[in-house]
Structure formats: C-alpha cells, structure tokens
Design a protein around this ligand. Structure first.
Ligand code: HEC
Length: 149
C-alpha cells in the first residue's frame, strides 16, 4: 500500500516536471505588468504631460519598484516552458540557461531606483527618472524578453 503511494507520487512529480505551466507563465507576466504600470503608465505619462503631475502617485510607484524589483530573480526561478496565450511579450529560454546572468541585471535597476528616490519633484524630474529607469529595465529586456507579436 505504502509502496503504491510512493510510486504514484513519483509518477505525478515526473509528469509535472515536463508539463508546461500556463499558471506560472501568467504569474510572471502579471508581475512584470504591474511593475510596468508604475514605469510606463505613471512615470512615462506624467513626464510627457499626458497625466497631471501627482507626487503621491510618483512616490507610490517608486515604493512599488523598491519592493518588487528585488523579487524578479525569485519570480523567474522556474521555467514555465510556455508563453502566456496571446501575449505580446514572453520569456526567452536563455533565462534558464543563464540564470546567474539574468539575475545580475537586477541590481542595476535596484540602484537606479534607489538613487532617484526623493529626487522626483516635478514633470521635468519624473521625465528624467523615467528615462533612467527604463534604460536599466531594458538592460535585461534586450536579452531576456521576447517580442511575440
Ligand atoms: C532581470 C530581468 C528583467 C528586469 C530587470 C526587468 N524585466 Fe520586465 N520582463 C522581463 C522578462 C523576462 C519579461 C517577459 C516575461 C513576460 O512578460 O511574461 C518582461 C516583461 C515585461 C513587460 C511586458 C509584460 C507584458 O507581457 O505585457 C513589462 C511591461 C516589463 N517587463 C516591465 C519592466 C520594468 C518597468 C522594469 C524595470 C523597472 C523591468 N521590467 C525590469 C525581465 C526583466
């Protein structure tokens, strides 16, 4: 009886290891989108003047980046082995072939965010902050993010 349970468990483990994981892919994608909202909506649009400057929203965006960017290496620990259905962007297989290099792109973003903290005061400074942060994000995206459509 005990033996049968162990065998069934091993079979289950074996199949989940090769199965593609849409749920994980969606989780990784949603996480990036929420970071993206802080940078590509709040900061970009305020910098362009498409949204009125709002100090509280900028501070919240910066706090979110401060909290979430360091989580990227953990979030991308496992390879979902498939892309989110219908997504515009996806993950390159290179992430899991070279995870240490992928992880090494994160500290630059953390530092850029930390250096700008408390220095964004108006439309001109949020525009500069957007450009600096976007550049640091792209340091990872240019190698590890795929444009799917
Ligand atoms: C260490 C690598 C890395 C860093 C740093 C990084 N990203 Fe990403 N990002 C990815 C990968 C991989 C994807 C593709 C995965 C996905 O979208 O499912 C991605 C996708 C995205 C997407 C597209 C989501 C979608 O499908 O529409 C946005 C938006 C995004 N990132 C924003 C940011 C912002 C903003 C920063 C900087 C504050 C940042 N990322 C920093 C790796 C990174």
């Amino acid at each position: 009886m005990k033996k049968a349970v162990v065998v069934a468990g091993a079979l289950l483990l074996g199949s989940s290891a090769v199965m593609a994981d849409q749920k994980l892919a969606v989780e990784q994608d949603n996480f990036m989108r929420s970071i993206g909202k802080a940078v590509y909506v709040t900061m970009l649009k305020m910098g362009k003047g498409d949204l009125p400057y709002d100090q509280a929203a900028v501070d919240a965006a910066m706090a979110q980046l401060e909290a979430d960017v360091p989580k990227i290496p953990t979030l991308f620990k496992d390879n979902p082995k498939e892309q989110v259905v219908n997504a515009t962007y996806g993950s390159s297989e290179k992430i899991w072939q070279n995870k240490a290099d992928f992880d090494s792109k994160v500290p630059d973003v953390i530092k850029t965010v930390a250096d700008l903290k408390g220095k964004i005061k108006d439309q001109a400074s949020v525009k500069m902050a957007f450009e600096a942060i976007n550049k640091s994000c792209n340091g990872c995206h240019e190698t590890y993010r795929l444009k799917l459509k």
